[in-house]
Design a protein around this ligand. Structure first.
Ligand code: PHE
Length: 339
């Protein structure tokens, strides 16, 4: 029996040393020390031993058992730590490696400049309103003193949906909507898309953007209009910007003016960009016509107002030195990335 036990110890030592996984170790444990294992089988023969031999063999059996148990534990730890080392090696993270740069988008030049314009007017106490792009003929024309047979309709080549509905040809339609819904004092700007049946070229597009401005209050004069526009232009183009008001006609303002700003390239001397004029036309403006006010239920013996309509594309083109309007709509990244 003693030989059997010593033999068992030896084969256990070999088997454990060769085991390469935790499940192999478990198999060995069951085979040697399990209820139906080798050790149990050997000890079953104890009954045939003499009284002197029994404690000696018993002690030896215990030694073999704890030897095998210790070796099992050792092997288990060894396998676990080499598995861990293997895992760490595989999952190494090189923190010095350069990362992948996310490509960030940015706002379109039209949006960038519109945001600037909004900021300037909000800073002067204006609020921002919107109106529909598909508009009733009434708001786009009738209410602005442009009846069906008025020649001013010819210059605005309008897209008609039907006799009463158009794609708005100017943001001035929003003036009427605001005055119908709001009592003075009114101080709003209304940016948005407008549509005209124009052929596309370097300075024309059937879809473009305007920014309408409207102020109605007690004692509003042309001086307020000039001061407001001057503050706006100087904030946008710098303090040397000079404004020029030219008499003009709009059916819904009286008096009316077209407003030019000194050329940002030559400062007024005349150059290629301003076509020798020294000035660049930017907007239409004037004092809101009393009939328009009255049509919206505003008492003209108490209130007066001014309005203006800026072309956003023009401002952007002047601002960013872009000489062809089509570039703003082509979504060509080579162009857009420059701003
Ligand atoms: N709506 C006019 C246009 O599109 C511009 C304008 C707006 C003129 C407000 C006067 C007052 O030409």
């Amino acid at each position: 029996m003693k030989d059997q036990l010593m033999m068992m110890k030896k084969t256990a030592e070999e088997a454990l040393g060769a085991a390469s996984s935790l499940s192999e170790l478990e198999d060995i444990r069951v085979r040697l020390l399990g209820k139906k294992g080798e050790l149990t089988a050997i000890l079953r023969g104890m009954g045939g031993l003499s009284a002197e031999e029994r404690p000696v063999i018993g002690q030896l059996a215990n030694e073999v058992r704890s030897f095998i148990e210790n070796r099992l534990d050792e092997q288990k730890n060894l396998l676990a730590s080499s598995a861990r080392a293997e895992q760490l090696k595989k999952e190494t993270l090189d923190v010095t490696m350069s990362g992948r740069k996310p490509s960030l988008g940015k706002t379109h030049p039209l949006t960038t400049v519109l945001d600037e314009v909004k900021d300037i007017f909000v800073g002067m106490g204006f609020s921002i309103v919107e109106g529909p792009e598909v508009e009733f003929d009434y708001y786009n024309f009738e209410a602005l003193n442009i009846p069906k047979d008025h020649p001013a309709r010819d210059t605005q080549d309008t897209f008609y949906i039907n006799d009463n509905v158009v794609l708005r040809s100017q943001t001035s339609s929003v003036q009427v909507r605001v005055m119908e819904n709001q009592k003075p004092p009114i101080r709003v700007i209304a940016p948005g898309r407008v549509y005209r049946s124009d052929a596309v070229d370097a300075t024309h597009s059937p879809v473009f953007h305007q920014i309408e401005g409207l102020v109605v209050d007690k004692g509003i004069t042309m001086g307020d209009l000039k001061g407001t526009l001057e503050t706006f232009m100087k904030t946008l183009y710098g303090n040397d910007a000079v404004l020029r008001f030219r008499p003009h006609h709009f059916p819904f303002t009286e008096p009316s003016a077209e407003v030019d700003v000194s050329c940002f390239v030559c400062g007024g001397k005349g150059c290629r960009v301003c076509k020798g004029e020294g000035f660049i036309e930017l907007l239409g403006a004037g004092m809101v016509h009393p009939k328009v006010l009255e049509r919206c239920g505003i008492d003209t013996s108490v209130y007066s107002g001014f309005a203006f309509g800026l072309g956003l594309e023009r401002i952007v083109m002047r601002r960013m030195n872009i000489d062809d309007m089509r570039l703003l709509y082509e979504n060509d990244l080579r162009f857009l990335k420059q701003f």
